[in-house]
Design a protein around this ligand. Structure first.
Ligand SMILES: [Zn+2]
Ligand SMILES: [Zn+2]
Length: 152
């Protein structure tokens, strides 16, 4: 399978000890829908580390919906993030999700953020809120239903 952004061959790698396909050029990630929740469960990174990773991977916005590396149809947007940038593209037929660089970090931070509210780490929460400003959530999507709602 080839990267829908760079057209280079995707490599099988272990990400947070879950097998995914990754593009060595753009750091985009292709993951089976059924494995997504395991990524959150097995992540050992702190919110600070995830924000650092995200800052390093914040490349040019990819505004085009990619084609599924498996069946080549244009993938659906599971949610949009910022100005027209899609967070998670999904192929419902193949049950595959494509994450552009930084999307995984944002999603993992969202999974962690409720804990950080409890710990009262206000500085990191502010950074996170800035990060997600403008994010529109498709509430119909099962996937996004797993992202905790942010408190004001
Ligand atoms: Zn790529
Ligand atoms: Zn497909």
């Amino acid at each position: 399978m080839k990267c829908p952004r760079c057209a280079l061959r995707l490599q099988k790698v272990s990400c947070q000890s879950v097998n995914v396909h990754c593009c060595s050029e753009c750091c985009g990630i292709l993951v089976g829908r059924d494995r997504l929740s395991r990524l959150a469960v097995t992540s050992r990174k702190t919110i600070v580390e995830l924000i650092q990773d995200w800052e390093q991977r914040q490349l040019l916005p990819a505004v085009e919906r990619p084609r599924c590396p498996e069946c080549r149809i244009v993938m659906d947007a599971a949610a949009s993030f910022g100005r027209g940038r899609f967070m998670f593209a999904e192929c419902r037929k193949c049950q595959l999700l494509w994450m552009d660089p930084g999307d995984l970090e944002v999603w993992l931070i969202a999974c962690l953020v409720q804990d950080f509210h409890r710990q009262g780490d206000q500085v990191q929460i502010q950074q996170f809120d800035t990060l997600l400003a403008g994010m529109q959530v498709d509430r119909q999507s099962l996937l996004i239903a797993k992202i905790p709602r942010l408190e004001e």
